[in-house]
Design a protein around this ligand. Structure first.
Ligand code: ADP
Length: 592
């Protein structure tokens, strides 16, 4: 093992122990004490057996009257061993449950602070997957291995005392094969780790295909295009590749373990021969003979288990590091820091440019716009022209833009994100369908009012869903969606739920990104008039690809093209002097 590898291993082991200690110092200490006691129990067991056999021999030869005493000692020792083993099982199971809980909470709490930018970063996304898939279970496995090393050391020390009192070179022989096998296992373990990390993307792909084929979201398209078999074949190809890699490693392991097993057997045979020879020469009693044979086999198996645990820890730790890498990710808790704002009166983009990570060109270039309270803004532009990116910047999802975004004259990056978002009601194109209760689906828009039935019902009424929902058996507590056997809605109805969630918030700015894409024309008109009503004396920003809605809403229109604002003005002004706007209108008419 390289020096820095050793150092890393030491630090990670320290970190695991500290992490587990913090979960429950009491259980941690009891666990360690029981682990040591179990280690010493091997020698106790050998000693009790030796006592019993020698006792039997003595009874048959010299009619010793101590037999009852010996039986009581033998039984007491074995009951004691059983007790500490059972107690240890209970303590470790309880500790494991606590550990699992803490780890999931730590991961979720970290993810809570990850921003959109982080989820779009493939390196962070991979770390998250590795931490979840491999790291989480490996922390406990590494801890178990550390405990088992402690047991083995205690066991080797206690049993060694029995052997060393007889013959020291025999004692050394017991170490030969385990040492070779550890060196080999460590090497194979490292190869295995590298292979698993390299194929992480492929493993994720199989998880994704599995998800596509086993839920109702993708089902319709998969059936329509009949791509089920194609996906199954892709899954099977990747899985077979993964399996053949695993099989190759298993083969190497098996070949080595067969060879080493053979050497181990020969060494054991030699040692047993030596012990039996001494017994035949009358130098040791029958009980001692059995004790020496047992001791040698316990030492051999413990040394090899000790070294195996050591090499397993080495490879476990490589995975555990992924878990800690996630916990160490620097995330900004921008909910806590920054200037708190109470309202949004004015928004100004000053020469703002933005590029996504990995993109060659600017997605948004030199955006200049000022929006004041009372204004209604309609954003139009071709697909990919940057409309949603503009909204995402305004909502504070990315802070690595050039230029300035000013809210009431304060730079957005300096503002407390929580206070900013409290002033905003937003519905995105890809709004969430929460497979939770109806109350939660709407109340998430304003957690302070989640138990305000009147407000929720009013919000449902505004989006014309009150009647439909009134028929649900459990009213606001009705489970929504199909995942948990709840009420399914049409996409348009889900969109209205998302809208009523948006309007639950008494916001200063309403941002609606394609809010009516799944609605019929009549409902669409209702929603647009509701949006206009809600945005009165506030700021209303809506993106729509149905340019004909613009005339009716009569907003200030902003036209995006290739990441730039190429024109702005009223519907009539743009019809007169913006070719792109006319083209967008024309395109729409052609489509109709
Ligand atoms: P619009 O809303 O006008 O359809 P978007 O703002 O969604 O356009 O996208 C503008 C451009 O940015 C597109 O070329 C798109 O491919 C790219 N883009 C959007 N989101 C991302 C992302 N998360 N990562 C990289 N590129 C993105």
């Amino acid at each position: 093992m390289k020096e820095n590898g050793y150092k890393r291993m030491k630090n990670t082991i320290k970190r695991i122990m500290k992490y587990i200690y913090i979960i429950s110092p009491k259980y941690f200490i009891i666990s360690i004490l029981l682990t040591i006691a179990i280690g010493f129990s091997s020698a106790m067991s050998i000693w009790a057996t030796k006592l019993l056999i020698n006792g039997i021999v003595e009874v048959s030869t010299s009619k010793s009257n101590k037999f009852m005493e010996i039986i009581i000692i033998y039984v007491a020792v074995n009951i004691f061993i059983q007790l500490i083993k059972s107690l240890n099982n209970y303590v470790t199971s309880k500790h494991q449950l606590k550990l699992e809980y803490k780890m999931s909470m730590d991961i979720l709490n970290k993810c809570k602070f990850l921003g959109l930018k982080d989820f779009e970063n493939s390196e962070i996304y991979n770390t998250l997957s590795r931490a979840k898939i491999e790291g989480q279970t490996k922390v406990y496995i590494a801890y178990r291995n550390i405990l088992s090393i402690i047991t083995q050391i205690a066991s080797i020390i206690s049993v060694a005392a029995i052997i060393l009192s007889w013959n020291s070179y025999i004692f050394l022989l017991a170490f030969i094969t385990p040492i070779i096998s550890t060196l080999i296992n460590t090497r194979i373990g490292y190869r295995n780790y590298k292979m698993r990390m390299e194929r992480m993307n492929e493993v994720r792909k199989t998880t994704y295909i599995n998800y596509l084929l086993t839920n109702n979201i993708a089902c319709k398209e998969i059936k329509t295009y009949n791509v089920g078999s194609y996906l199954v074949n892709t899954f099977s190809k990747i899985k077979r590749k993964i399996q053949s890699q695993d099989l190759h490693i298993t083969k190497i392991r098996t070949i080595w373990s067969m060879g080493l097993g053979l050497i181990d057997e020969l060494i054991s045979l030699f040692i047993i021969f030596k012990i039996v020879e001494m017994a035949m020469l009358g130098r040791i009693l029958v009980g001692d003979t059995v004790a020496y044979i047992d001791s040698i086999s316990i030492i051999q198996s413990n040394v090899s288990r000790f070294l195996k645990s050591l090499s397993e820890i080495y490879s476990d730790i490589l995975y555990v590091e992924e878990f800690y890498k996630l916990l160490d990710l620097e995330v900004k808790d921008d909910y806590e820091i920054g200037i708190e704002i109470q309202e949004i009166r004015e928004i100004e983009f000053k020469d703002v440019s933005y590029t996504y990570q990995g993109a060659n060109n600017y997605t948004l270039s030199n955006i200049n716009i000022s929006i004041c309270r009372g204004e209604l803004i309609g954003i139009v532009g071709e697909n990919g022209s940057g409309k949603t990116t503009f909204i995402k910047l305004l909502c504070g999802f990315y802070d690595n833009y050039k230029g300035e975004i000013l809210i009431n004259g304060i730079e957005l990056r300096d503002i407390n994100t929580n206070s900013l978002r409290k002033c905003m009601g937003i519905i995105f194109q890809d709004f969430n369908k929460y497979e939770l209760t109806l109350r939660e689906n709407i109340g998430f828009g304003n957690l302070d009012e989640i138990y305000n039935d009147n407000k929720i019902l009013m919000s449902l009424e505004e989006v014309a869903l009150k009647e439909k929902i009134g028929k649900f058996p459990n009213h606001l507590e009705t489970q929504m969606g199909k995942w948990f056997d709840g009420e399914e809605l049409s996409r348009g109805q889900w969109q209205r739920i998302a809208l009523s969630r948006t309007f639950m918030r008494d916001a200063d700015v309403y941002v609606l990104d394609e809010p009516t894409s799944s609605l019929d024309p009549i409902s669409e008109k209702q929603i647009f008039s509701l949006a206009r009503e809600k945005s009165k004396d506030k700021i209303g920003i809506f993106i729509t690809h149905r340019v004909e809605n613009i005339a009716e809403m009569n907003p200030k229109v902003i036209v995006f093209s290739e990441g730039r604002i190429i024109a702005s003005g009223s519907n009539n002004e743009l019809i007169e002097n913006c070719e792109e706007y006319i083209r967008l209108l024309g395109l729409k008419e052609e489509c109709i």
